[in-house]
Structures are given as C-alpha cells and as structure tokens.
Design a protein around this ligand. Structure first.
Ligand SMILES: Cc1cc2nc3c(=O)[nH]c(=O)nc-3n(C[C@H](O)[C@H](O)[C@H](O)COP(=O)(O)OP(=O)(O)OC[C@H]3O[C@@H](n4cnc5c(N)ncnc54)[C@H](O)[C@@H]3O)c2cc1C
Length: 464
C-alpha cells in the first residue's frame, strides 16, 4: 500500500510548510495524524492535507499566506469545539493554534494578554492564582479563540457580561497575512466585528482581557426532579436572583453518576450548574430558593474556588449529537410541560434541553455596541440529542426540530457559538439585518475573497 506521504502534492505542501514554520506540521500518514484531525465532536471524519501548529503570529501569517497562494481551504482551530465541525477541513490546511498558550497576567492592572491556543480552563486556573477571572463558558476544554469571537456566555454572564464585554484588544492575522491590532481606537470597526462575528475576519493570535476579582464562589451542581412545576419555578428564581448568580439548567435523563441514586438513573432531572460570584453568605442566601424547589436528587453546591467549576474532562469523549440553539422570552408552566413531554417521548440515549437565564451585565450593553446583538434576549435554550449513525441522526434531527418549533416564541435570534450547520439561513439568525450588513462590509475590507470561510460564514458585501 502506498503511504499518503508518498503523494507528491502532500509532500510538496509539507515541504513548503516546513520551510516557513518551526511548529509541528502533521500530514496524512504521520502517527499523530488521526488524533490531530479529531475535533471535540464525533461524526466529522475529515482528512486535511496538513495540520500546522504555528508557534507565534509570524508563523500564523506564513500559514495564511501559503493557504492563500495554494488555494487550499484554510480551517482555523483553537480548542476544536466547533459545533458545526468548522475547525477541521477536508483536503485543506488546518491552522491549529493549540501550541500558542502564552499568558501574561498583570494582576495590578487587572488585565491579561492571552494567546488564542489557551483553553478556558487553562486561562481560568492561571488567573485564579491571583484571585482573578475573566468569564468564559461552562466547559474548561473550550478554546478561548472560538468562544471569545462568538461572544462567550458562561458562569459570570449576569455579573460581568459576555467574554467580549471584557475583551479590550486583539491581535489578528488578516487574509493578506498582515498582523493587525484591533481595539477601541485602532481599527475600531474590526474590533466591533470580532466581538461576536466569529472567525470571519482573520486568525486571532492574542487577546487582551479585563480581569475581575473572583475567588471563592458558591457554586456547583444541583439536581432536582424535573417536573414542569420545578422547571418553571427554577427559571422564575433564576430571573429574580441577584446578578451575582448565573445558572445553567439542563433538563435531561439522569446519567448514572456516582452521586445519583440508582433508582433515579434515566429519569428526567434538572441538572443545574449554579455560580454565585460574590460574598459567600450572600451566595448561600441566593442559592437557597433553588434548593427549596423540591427535595434535591443531589446537592453539590458549596463554596469553592472558581476553577472547580471546570472539572477535569475525559479527552476520549467525542459525542455525536445534533443540536439547535434559540432564545425564548419565558419558560412558564406550559412551556415547561412541552419540554418535559418532548424529552419523555424521545428514546435518544442522551437528550437535553438547556436553559440559560440571561440579563444582568450582559443586557446593559447596547445591542449595537458589538456584533453580538442579542442583548435583550431573556433565556437561551439549547436542544441536543446524541445519535448513532445516519438513520438515527435523521430521527434525532426531527425530534430537535419538533421541540424547537414547539418552543418558538417571539425571539428568532440565535447565538453563533452554539449554531450547528444551518447554512446561511442559520448564520442570518445569529445577526439581525443591520448587524449582518455591517459585518459583511468589514468582511469585504479584511477578507474580500472569503479566505476564512470554514466558519459561520458572512460573505463579503460585493463591491464594498
Ligand atoms: C461542550 C461544549 C460546551 C460549550 N459551552 C459553551 C458555553 O458555556 N458558552 C459559550 O458561549 N459557548 C459554549 N460552547 C460553544 C463554543 O463557544 C464554540 O463552539 C466555540 O467556537 C468553540 O471554540 P473553540 O476554540 O474550542 O473551537 P474551534 O473548533 O477551535 O473553533 C471554532 C471556530 O471558531 C473560529 N476560531 C477559533 N479560534 C479562532 C482564532 N483564534 N481566530 C479566528 N477564528 C477562530 C473558527 O471559525 C473555528 O472554526 C460550547 C461548546 C461545546 C462543544
């Protein structure tokens, strides 16, 4: 059998990349290839011609230039958690930033410069050594690259806003291979666009973030029986809670975790993650109403160092799942009944409706201040179901679509970070018309040929 490395095109590309990049170049046939081409989500069996791990912005620029010159597709990867599989190319080049993990913390000025290859968990652990934090999402292995460019909705969203609300500056390599800075004064339109516009405008190599004092939080997991009453009351409490408290409630069949009594396994529960970033006593008061909603199935909420909200993960976990993200205005008893009935009717081994009550600091930023325009949205809902093979996938997709239709209210927007591959119609859900037009104009300026298209794509406005 011929080795893929004996393919002249692969060999030539590898030679050219090696000539300009000191970082790893991984090609088909290399021992590391299969692992390097595996993103977080399963189901993406794509075979890039090369996966390159540049070591600095200069090398990123070389990779971008080479992709442009060869005409090969370029996919950009930080943490590899793209829901739509955008960070892995079939036949192209993957610019994998995972070797770029530099972090300069300035605790005195409460700012940090962080390279895009860091994960949320790595950044959080390092900042916590100084009693400081920047908010990311709910999962430590998510890359700060992707989550920041999408917006960033996590455990500090009500207290400190989105990740982009703490973004002070970024450095990017543009489609021309130029390294540019974007902040409020320098390239302000680009700075506006990268705060929510995703990876459309260049490869972000470094971010400058504001840090907040966050050390001990009252947080962790609370499991409640998932009746419609409990779900609706949970959401009402989350909306009424002080802004220090952000919640993420997953309604799903109870997994067989050690702290879940065996008789509960497979029965619907609200598996909620709570985070109160404030005084411990105030935190205990804030979580009390949630504990009182029903006799908890498990209660792991306690004062803890903030990074403990990002527990170690199994690197071999690559779920195959379909999903849908949307916003709703309210989850009352009727809406909660729809959720419970739909989850109960499905036999997917894992299926979930995730409810994130928003508001607080996130909602106070004007909707047009950044490319994330969903500031007034009240509750984010993420629906997901795992599948096993193409036939099952179709069944699960139909289930997700059906539940989404049943939940649809007045808010037709979507958070780009959780968007599956819904084509242009999906991307347009992420951006109201005025935001879309403005993003397309920025795109035309910084990436007129749409080199960066393996993403939730905003095509450049013709002629602008
Ligand atoms: C398990 C899980 C939990 C999640 N939880 C949350 C959450 O709580 N809150 C939330 O807001 N989101 C969450 N997300 C969504 C997540 O923010 C997005 O999927 C994000 O794009 C992942 O970033 P990444 O760097 O890991 O992904 P990648 O797959 O590496 O990148 C995704 C895309 O982002 C772009 N991109 C990434 N890095 C760069 C860069 N440096 N320069 C230019 N473009 C880049 C590219 O277009 C790329 O295709 C979650 C996703 C998963 C899978």
């Amino acid at each position: 059998m011929t080795s893929p490395l004996s393919d002249p095109a692969t060999r030539s590309l590898r030679r050219r990349l090696r000539a300009v990049v000191d970082g790893q170049v991984i090609s088909p046939g290399d021992a590391a290839y299969d692992q390097a081409r595996t993103p977080f989500y399963g189901g993406f069996d794509r075979r890039p011609q090369a996966i390159v791990r540049p070591r600095n912005a200069t090398e990123v620029a070389q990779v971008v230039t080479l992709a442009r010159e060869t005409g090969l597709e370029l996919a950009v990867r930080s943490g590899g958690h793209s829901v739509a599989g955008h960070s892995i190319s079939d036949g192209g080049i993957v610019c994998d930033l995972s070797a770029m993990k530099g972090l300069e913390l300035d605790p005195g000025r409460r700012i940090a410069w962080a390279e895009a290859g860091l994960t949320a968990g790595e950044y959080t652990t390092a900042a916590a050594a100084h009693g400081l934090a920047t908010g990311f999402g709910d999962t430590g292995s998510v890359g700060i690259g992707g989550i920041t460019l999408g917006g960033g909705v996590g455990y500090l969203v009500r207290k400190h806003g989105l990740t982009i609300d703490d973004l002070l500056a970024a450095e990017l390599v543009t489609a021309e291979g130029r390294l540019v800075c974007a902040d409020a004064e320098t390239n302000p339109e680009l700075f506006w666009a990268i705060r929510g516009g995703g990876g459309n405008f260049g490869v972000a190599t470094r971010f400058q973030f504001r840090l907040h004092e966050v050390s001990t939080v009252v947080g962790g997991m609370l499991l409640l029986p998932a009746t419609a009453e409990v779900i609706a009351a949970f959401v009402a409490e989350a909306e009424a809670a002080p802004e220090e408290l952000s919640t993420i409630a997953n309604v799903l069949p109870a997994p067989p975790l050690p702290f879940v009594p065996p008789e509960r396994h497979g029965r619907l529960v609200v598996m909620a993650m709570l985070c109160h970033a404030g005084e411990v006593e105030a935190g205990q008061r804030a979580v009390a109403p949630f504990r009182a909603l029903a006799t908890p199935v498990a209660d792991l909420v306690r004062p803890m160092p903030y990074p403990e909200l990002y527990p170690p993960e199994d690197p071999a976990f690559h779920p195959t799942a379909v999903s849908h993200t949307m916003f709703v205005d309210a989850v009352d008893q009727r809406v909660a009944e729809t959720i419970v009935a739909s989850l109960a009717a499905s036999d997917a081994p894992m299926r979930a409706a995730q409810l994130r009550v928003l508001g607080g600091a996130m909602a106070r930023v004007p909707a047009d201040a950044t490319a994330f325009a969903h500031r007034p949205s009240r509750i984010m809902v993420n629906l997901a179901a795992c599948y096993d093979g193409p036939a099952d996938r179709a069944v699960r997709e139909a289930w997700v679509a059906d539940l989404a239709a049943g939940l649809r209210q007045g808010d037709d927007g979507a958070y780009v970070g959780f968007l599956d591959d819904e084509g242009e119609a999906g991307v347009r859900r992420a951006y109201p018309a005025a935001t879309w037009e403005r993003l397309a104009a920025v795109k035309a300026r910084y990436d007129p040929t749409n080199l960066f298209h393996s993403n939730q794509n905003i095509p450049p406005t013709a002629g602008s």
